[in-house]
Design a protein around this ligand. Structure first.
Ligand SMILES: *[C@@H]1O[C@H](CO)[C@@H](O)[C@H](O)[C@H]1NC(C)=O
Ligand SMILES: *[C@@H]1O[C@H](CO)[C@@H](O)[C@H](O)[C@H]1NC(C)=O
Length: 411
């Protein structure tokens, strides 16, 4: 019925309605609830003198989505909020985090750059179901980590490091969040214990320097690449590490872990193995699980300041920085260590404060200039010209004979 002329007119009208002009797009307004929330967020924060972060936040602006710094929008809603500039010449923000953050319901990313922001992490953040990244590091946040964060189904990265957070870590973070890959809570004052079983498929877990007690979880995610609980008050055996075959970095130093070191952690793909200053006992395995692999450049193994004993096996030959000092090692240092040292693969070898009786030198061969070897306070006269000891090793070169005799008598 319709004649071709009206059809054409209709199509033209449809086109005009569906495609807003350039002019209209520029004047799209930010959602009012988001704009009100941003005003409250700004009110609770101030720039430290020298920071002009908020200078672009002009609430009379026609288009806050494109003029406010630190904001990304999608369809007039705020999807990403970065507070502070992160530039080294700009101080951060002070004040506190407003609960109004919870009205930015489309937010996927919340970042607060280093500054002096105090007060709690608003528990209302747990209502932001789209959040993937929360990074609030290097401020002065206090109080607990809200347990509501463990109901964020899309959370991928949670970095709360370098604050003053207290209380225990909500166990739900480690049990129910299928997207959570990175958890960094280092350098706070968190206490309590980790749950016995963790099912969240984490890649990176850094809890360094807190006040955590208790034992290592019996089950940890086998996906872990990086694990640090260094500088806490944890204790007990190192069971549960056996299943962590993807680890490349493991730091359990400065706790009170005891019992033997599982042989599964002696593998070159685990290139940073830091177990120093614990109560670990027993020895090292006689061979690597995979003898065809070898430690490479940048590898570091620190087993110093434990209760380890027995003879050294060749497993750690080739490690670039090897700290075995302050234990109860006895006998002859395997030739493989000496070779790897001469060939420049091992650059640091600390063996001081043990009961070692022989370091087999190759007469006439010069050590590489970069080599650092410390053998003082063992049951032998160290080859003096080789020693390059840290000041903490003391000045006494050999251990007193009577100690060596008494030790050998006891063992
Ligand atoms: C969120 O927005 C609503 C509507 O503007 C307001 O009534 C409420 O107080 C806001 N909530 C917070 C925590 O600011
Ligand atoms: C670790 O060793 C120290 C010193 O030998 C001891 O005082 C402490 O009780 C031990 N801790 C544990 C948990 O075994």
């Amino acid at each position: 019925m319709a004649n071709p002329h009206t059809l054409l007119l209709f199509a033209l009208l449809l086109f005009l309605v569906a495609c807003p002009s350039h002019q209209q797009q520029k004047q799209q307004k930010m959602n009012t609830i988001d704009l009100t929330a941003l005003a409250a967020i700004k009110d609770s924060l101030t720039g430290i003198p020298g920071s002009n972060f908020f200078s672009t936040w002009d609430f009379a602006s026609q288009d806050p989505c494109s003029t406010f710094s630190g904001i990304t929008c999608s369809l007039n809603r705020v999807t990403s909020l970065t507070l502070g500039t992160g530039l080294s010449d700009s101080p951060g923000l002070a004040g506190s985090l407003s609960p109004s953050l919870s009205n930015l319901t489309e937010l996927t990313q919340l970042v607060l750059y280093p500054g002096l922001v105090t007060g709690p992490i608003p528990p209302q953040l747990g209502g932001l179901r789209s959040l993937r990244v929360i990074s609030l590091t290097n401020n002065r946040l206090t109080g607990p980590i809200p347990s509501s964060l463990s109901s964020l189904p899309n959370l991928h990265t949670l970095d709360l490091s370098y604050n003053q957070l207290t209380g225990s870590i909500p166990p739900g973070l480690f049990t129910g969040l299928s997207e959570l890959k990175v958890v960094i809570m280092a350098w706070n004052s968190l206490s309590g214990e980790l749950p016995r079983r963790m099912s969240t498929p984490l890649l990176h877990l850094d809890l360094k320097s807190n006040r955590l007690g208790g034992i290592l979880p019996l089950e940890m995610p086998s996906s872990l690449h990086y694990l640090s609980v260094s500088r806490n008050n944890m204790w007990g055996p190192l069971n549960g590490l056996g299943s962590l075959s993807e680890l490349v970095y493991l730091d359990l130093s400065m706790n009170q872990f005891n019992g033997p070191i599982p042989s599964s952690v002696f593998r070159p793909s685990l290139a940073s193995l830091l177990l120093q200053r614990n109560n670990l006992s027993g020895g090292v395995p006689s061979r690597l699980v995979d003898p065809s692999s070898s430690y490479g450049e940048g590898s570091i193994v620190d087993l110093s300041h434990n209760l380890l004993s027995g003879e050294l096996s060749p497993v750690l030959a080739g490690v670039e920085s090897l700290f075995l000092n302050n234990n109860y090692w006895v006998g002859r240092v395997p030739m493989e260590y000496v070779d790897s040292f001469y060939r420049g693969r091992t650059k640091t070898l600390y063996l001081q404060h043990n009961y070692i009786s022989e370091f087999p030198l190759e007469p006439g061969l010069a050590l590489p200039d970069t080599a650092s070897l410390c053998l003082s306070y063992n049951c032998m006269v160290p080859p003096v010209r080789l020693t390059a000891c840290p000041a903490s090793a003391g000045v006494q070169l050999p251990r007193p004979e009577a100690q060596c005799v008494a030790f050998n008598h006891m063992h």
